[in-house]
Design a protein around this ligand. Structure first.
Ligand code: IMP
Length: 409
């Protein structure tokens, strides 16, 4: 299977890192195509738990080249910090290649994010991601390729510093020039590199960051991130017309969200608390407690329509063990009307009352299950219910944090 995309089907944090890591076992290349260090992809393997923000999850394997496509905004300081953490875990340096067309996140972007009020209003990850994309669209950004021209970089930084942001343009220019010295041989034509790998028939995994409902256009605008998080981001963020053999949608067995914005199945009571505690639902990038609630099939069907998943990976199924009953939202009621399709405005979503199908829960812990036969009948009934309602096969079920804690169905 040469080309596989892994896409979040919810509001991010679906445990995509783990699924990408699993799929990249046999991949030569793993590509990030959207977002930036706002992502927090967690991979647990024999060396411990790695929290990846810019490094593609497949690049933890020495056989897999990690490529950062031009759709990703790169913070050189964050990248160096992340590599330092991996090294401290005793991991070998991942092999990385960065598109020269990646825009840079610079120190003033974080300052702007606070000053403009977007950080507080949207509950962003405060990594400067939004302002970097804004500058890119305003045609004012700096790209990795610009680092070949230090005089130009200095001029641009001086100009930016005159406008505010409270940073020393000379110090930043010096640090960027050091970054370039270390990295120039790994920065270049990412589009060409990915295209050639596909032409050679290599297995390439495209690793989506965030999730479908955080997509700039199709998510819960304006409570979204600034990039294309759906499968369409593969072309958007690499420049390659990829014929994908598989599009794997990743969903939790329930729903979580961090930051502000509508969330119809959010549970403020005991169930939400249970999911947060048992699922350890705290942000991988910011440590914030995540908002939690039942699985939302209106949203999942919408994600399927946008991404045309070839299969689903359903994660954190083990978290539901012990609940008396398990609910699944099948439609909404908005202003007295029954709604089956995910509404386009946050106003409608804020009014949406979930209509639930209630299934009987199961008591058995699932962490040791490794085959479908080892799952309780009620758990299998839950999976069948979801499959039939969405119309996509669930191929993987994850029942624990490790790469091997997965059941193939
Ligand atoms: P930003 O991407 O930092 O601008 O944040 C915009 C919104 O996307 C906020 O609600 C964030 O919490 C959310 N967000 C960004 N990245 C992630 C992620 O990797 N997982 C979950 N939520 C995210």
């Amino acid at each position: 299977m040469p080309a596989t995309a892994v896409i979040g089907a919810q509001w991010g944090d679906e445990a995509k890192g783990k699924i990408v890591h699993l799929l990249a076992r046999e991949a030569q290349v793993c590509v990030r195509f959207n977002g930036g260090p706002n992502a927090g992809h967690t991979v647990t393997d024999a060396l411990g738990t790695a929290r990846l923000h810019l490094v593609p999850s497949g690049a933890l394997y020495p056989h897999c080249l990690g490529v950062i496509g031009h759709g990703v905004v790169v913070d050189p300081w964050a990248l160096e910090g992340e590599l330092g953490e991996l090294k401290a875990q005793g991991r070998s340096q991942p092999r990385l290649f960065l598109s020269e067309r990646c825009h840079l996140i610079l120190p003033h972007h974080r300052v702007l994010e606070e000053e403009e009020g977007t950080a507080a209003r949207l509950g962003t990850t405060r990594r400067g991601v939004g302002p970097a994309y804004t500058e890119r669209t305003a045609r004012q950004g700096l790209r990795l390729a610009d680092l070949r021209h230090p005089a130009h970089v200095r001029e641009r930084l001086e100009e930016l510093a005159r406008r505010g942001g409270g940073f020393d343009p000379h110090a930043v220019a010096r640090e960027l020039s050091q970054f370039w010295e270390g990295w120039s041989s790994s920065i270049g034509d990412g589009q060409g590199l990915i295209g050639e790998a596909l032409d050679r028939g290599e297995h390439v995994v495209f690793e989506g960051a965030q999730g479908t409902l955080l997509d700039l256009d199709f998510g819960t605008y304006p409570y979204v991130t600034s990039s294309t998080t759906t499968v369409h981001g593969v072309g958007w963020g690499t420049g390659v017309r990829v014929e994908l053999d598989r599009v794997v949608g990743v969903t939790k067995a329930y729903t979580t969200r961090v930051g502000e914005g509508p969330f119809p199945t959010e549970d403020h009571g005991a169930v939400g608390e249970w999911l947060r505690r048992k699922g350890n639902e705290y942000g991988a990038t910011t440590g914030r407690p995540r908002r939690c609630g039942w699985l939302d099939l209106v949203a999942l069907r919408y994600a399927h329509r946008l991404n045309r998943f070839s299969e689903l990976a359903l994660t954190k199924l083990d978290v539901l063990s012990g609940l008396e009953e398990v609910k699944i939202c099948t439609s909404y009621r908005v202003g007295g009307r029954r709604v089956e399709d995910f509404p386009a405005t946050v106003e409608e979503l804020a009014q949406a009352e979930p209509i639930y199908q209630t299934l009987r829960g199961w008591k058995e812990e699932l962490a040791r299950a490794r085959s479908p036969e080892e799952l309780p009948e009620r758990t299998r009934a839950f999976l069948t219910w979801v499959e039939n309602a969405v119309g996509v096969k669930i191929r993987w079920v994850s029942v624990g944090p490790g790469t091997d804690d997965v059941i193939v169905l």
